[in-house]
Design a protein around this ligand. Structure first.
Ligand code: FEO
Length: 402
């Protein structure tokens, strides 16, 4: 397969030897309409080193790309920066084929890989700040716990200025272009933001610390080599500044209204709320969970000041589409939002109360009374929805002016 798949040189000593997954459409609940890549990197040092591997079905593709540079059996070291199975799933088989001298991971990585792979080989733990000699160059490790797993770490190849950043600065995007500067900036920003919102968001405080740690390290980073999507080799400030902005999660003059409806009553209410927010000058994204996907909601919420949610009541509960997105939102912990709830019901009306309780659990500040209506909203009820929108808009403006 080496005549089909080839490695791509990303620096004097480093080759991209990953795999392109053109068809993946779901990444544990995150919709990936544009596929992904699993990036692995080959460092052609005295000790030939493979940084990360790929998802199990893509092992042959990765080894074929390696073989276009060097016989895979010549690999001396393997470094696992992140033990999630899209980067470690084939590690046992790769070790059996390559028979490397040593395999390295963070201490948590060693534990995780043991629990995931149950291999009978030893993996050597490396510490934060430790330097590994590759003979004619060094690799240095930086623990980045909880970006986005406890085992996560970066590896730094000073000789070429390459920071191998595992999932950080990545995106789910299958392309033949290997470098970010070969792709349009708006595409990069959209895909990186969607990735951040759906994978990295809950660990934003850790991201800020990691950005500070990298800045304080004095490392002159020339290339950011993530485990998904294109490699960053020009204008690194573009993605670093975006990460800082997303991690800070400062509220902006934008509201996201998310709802699910049975007979269009909750929908009428959602539209009244959204119209009022827009009239007050906020940018508004109105998403019906009857057709939107939870990943899209997270993308929209990443840069917003308000989250307003609505549902009809079905059998004493919110509609299942809303339960889905609320559970997903709760796990991804968007911060610094104000919000409110609304909805219609036939006889019991639990959905609005339950939505409001979930917003509180998510630490969304409730700034308006909920609006709840039996069956179809009257003009008076729609005016209450408009008032809800005005109240939320005023609170968002207050927060962004501070
Ligand atoms: Fe790309 Fe967290 O795995």
């Amino acid at each position: 397969m080496a005549d089909i798949y080839s490695a791509i040189k990303i620096s004097e000593s480093v080759y991209w030897v990953g795999a392109i997954d053109w068809t993946i459409r779901d990444f544990h609940g995150y919709r990936t309409p544009h596929g992904s890549t699993y990036n692995a990197y080959l460092v052609m040092a005295d000790k030939i080193t493979l940084i990360d591997t790929v998802k199990k079905p893509f092992m042959e593709e990765m080894l074929a790309r390696v073989a276009s540079v060097v016989d895979p059996s010549k690999i001396d070291y393997i470094v696992s920066n992140h033990s999630e199975q899209d980067h470690s799933g084939c590690l046992t088989q790769v070790i059996a084929r390559v028979r490397p001298e040593k395999v390295f991971a963070s201490a948590m990585g060693v534990k995780n890989l043991g629990d995931i792979l149950h291999g009978d080989y030893a993996i050597q733990p490396v510490r934060d700040g430790e330097t590994l000699s590759l003979g004619n160059m060094d690799l240095k490790f930086m623990e980045t716990r909880m970006i986005h797993w406890p085992d996560s770490m970066f590896s730094w190849l000073e000789k070429d200025g390459v920071l191998f950043s595992q999932d950080a600065f990545g995106m789910h995007l299958a392309t033949f272009e290997r470098f970010a500067d070969e792709l349009p900036a708006d595409m990069l920003e959209y895909e990186a933001a969607t990735y951040y919102a759906n994978i990295v968001l809950p660990y934003s405080p850790v991201v800020l610390k990691a950005l500070e740690k990298v800045a304080a390290s004095g490392w002159a980073v020339k290339i950011l080599a993530p485990d998904h999507g294109p490699v960053w080799r020009k204008d690194l400030g573009f993605i670093l500044d975006l990460y800082k902005k997303w991690a800070l999660q400062k509220p902006v003059a934008k509201a996201v209204v998310v709802y699910a409806t049975m007979w269009h009553s909750t929908e009428q209410m959602a539209e009244a709320v959204a119209e009022s927010l827009a009239r007050e000058g906020l940018r508004v994204k109105l998403l019906s969970m009857n057709d939107a996907h939870r990943s899209e909601v997270l993308y929209e919420v990443l840069e917003a000041g308000a989250l307003i949610v609505g549902s009809s009541t079905l059998n004493n509960n919110m509609l299942p589409q809303m339960a889905d997105v609320m559970t997903y939102l709760k796990g991804l912990k968007p911060a610094n939002l104000v919000g409110a709830a609304f909805g219609s019901f036939g006889w019991s009306g639990e959905a609005v109360k339950d939505l409001e309780a979930m917003l509180r659990e998510m630490k969304v500040e409730i700034v308006s009374e909920p609006v709840s209506v039996k069956h179809v909203p009257s003009r008076e009820v729609l005016e209450k929805c408009a008032l809800l929108g005005r109240t939320v808009a005023a609170e968002v403006k207050k927060r962004i002016s501070v």
